[in-house]
Design a protein around this ligand. Structure first.
Ligand code: ZN
Length: 420
């Protein structure tokens, strides 16, 4: 396979780091190799394996539509609402790899047309039947131009993201936008699928994720494809960008030394193995940017009863990653709990600090824990009942109002129904 960034076909094999049996037992591979490798030319990390084998890896797992598709769909709608404006869409939207079609359905209103592509027949049929959407396999099947093309946590699942982007650019109307979000690897140890704890090396490099983008390799890919970033976010979910095609951009890539990529992957493996043995402090000693290891260290053993120790551990993590959402969330939680445990709750400096953090975080992800904490601290500590009521109302209406403002009445009515 040619590297999707630089186009060369010289790979450094990394299969020795992987557990083939793990994937064999999960019916994710059969007779083929795992194929984990790094490009010797540019340092792109991914899988050197033919695309048919790749496709088989996840088409085989996609079964009937279940409640998880809806949970994930709603979470992604929240993320879109936090990042996008209605003006971004133009009049003809396509969501590539749309799953059950919640995003195009939410967008589709008034004068905006929205369609999707989806390989899975079960998901595509659901999107057609439930939401009345036009769903095809590929962008070019629609034989039209789009003002907005979305790849939301999709490119990392495609063996040749370079080819898919080329095809998207061909289908983009003048001035149109390409919306891409991908997980970023190596920068920190987090659960790359979102949600759960990062305590499994094989899961960190889940075989569904054919492209293990680093920030550099992701930006390299965009530059090579002449995509100019017009908006960027790293807090909501992975790396999210809104791009425009710009002919004047010079197609080039920055080189990451493959030897240093190998070293980082080895370190990540060592750190996760320490985490698995509950050696959280040693894990962050090996790899400093490991949020779950700080959180677990803070909550483990004697530290669980010692607020001072907890605060110090989380602060050490924040020193490495000042904007890391789960660390800030944990930090604010501990600060609030700390003073909450000492008799009559007061509006102390710690609670004030927690409030500031929660108010910042609630705008990023509209996380129930942040709303609930803001309600709690205003009720019990600050005794500001008006403000508590404000957060209760925000909590209740945020989903509905944001849905209405960005996606329009049809989605609002739908969301209202769902919340009853
Ligand atoms: Zn390369």
């Amino acid at each position: 396979m040619n590297c999707p960034v630089c186009g060369k076909d010289e790979w450094h094999d990394l299969n020795y780091l992987r557990n083939r049996k793990y994937w064999y037992e999960r019916n994710m591979i059969y007779d083929e190799k795992i194929g984990f490798a790094v490009c010797k030319e540019c340092g792109y990390l991914g899988y050197n394996i033919n695309s048919e084998d790749m496709k088989k890896r996840y088409t085989d797992q996609r079964n009937a539509v279940n409640w998880m598709h809806h949970v994930t769909g709603f979470r992604k709608l929240d993320n879109h609402m936090a990042f996008l404006n209605r003006d971004d869409f133009g009049d003809n939207v396509i969501d590539v790899g749309c799953g059950i079609g919640m995003f195009p359905f939410a967008v589709k209103k008034d004068k905006i047309n929205a369609v999707g592509t989806e390989y899975s027949k079960a998901l595509a049929n659901y999107a057609r039947g439930k939401y009345g959407l036009d769903i095809m396999e590929e962008i070019e099947d629609f034989n039209t131009k789009f003002s907005f093309i979305s790849f939301y946590h999709v490119l990392e699942h495609i063996p040749n993201p370079d080819i898919i982007i080329d095809r998207a650019i061909k289908a983009l109307s003048p001035g149109g936008k390409i919306y891409i979000s991908v997980p970023i690897w190596l920068d920190k140890i987090i659960n790359t699928s979102g949600g759960a704890i990062a305590n499994d090396f094989e899961d960190y490099f889940h075989l569904n994720h054919c492209c293990c983008f680093t920030k550099t390799s992701f930006f390299n890919l965009l530059k090579m494809k002449k995509l100019k970033i017009v908006r960027k976010d790293e807090d909501i979910l992975g790396m999210t960008v809104l791009c425009e095609y710009d002919e004047s951009i010079e197609s080039k890539y920055d080189i990451e030394k493959y030897e240093s990529i190998v070293k980082t992957v080895e370190k990540i493996k060592a750190a996760i193995e320490l985490f698995e043995k509950n050696k959280f402090g040693e894990a962050v000693g090996v790899f400093k940017r490991y949020p779950d290891a700080y959180i677990h260290k803070a909550l483990n053993g004697d530290n669980s009863k010692n607020f001072q120790a907890q605060v110090e551990i989380i602060e050490a993590g924040l020193k490495e990653m000042p904007e890391e959402y789960p660390l800030l969330r944990q930090y604010a939680g501990v600060l609030l709990q700390w003073d909450g445990s000492k008799g009559e709750p007061a509006y102390s400096n710690n609670v004030h600090k927690a409030e500031e953090i929660f108010e910042k975080l609630v705008n990023i992800k509209r996380d129930p824990f942040c709303y609930e904490s803001l309600i709690d601290l205003n009720m019990r500590h600050k005794k500001d009942y008006k403000k508590a009521l404000y957060w209760i109302n925000e909590y209740k209406k945020h989903d509905l109002e944001a849905t209405k403002n960005i996606f329009g009445n049809e989605a609002y009515i739908y969301a209202n129904g769902m919340n009853k």
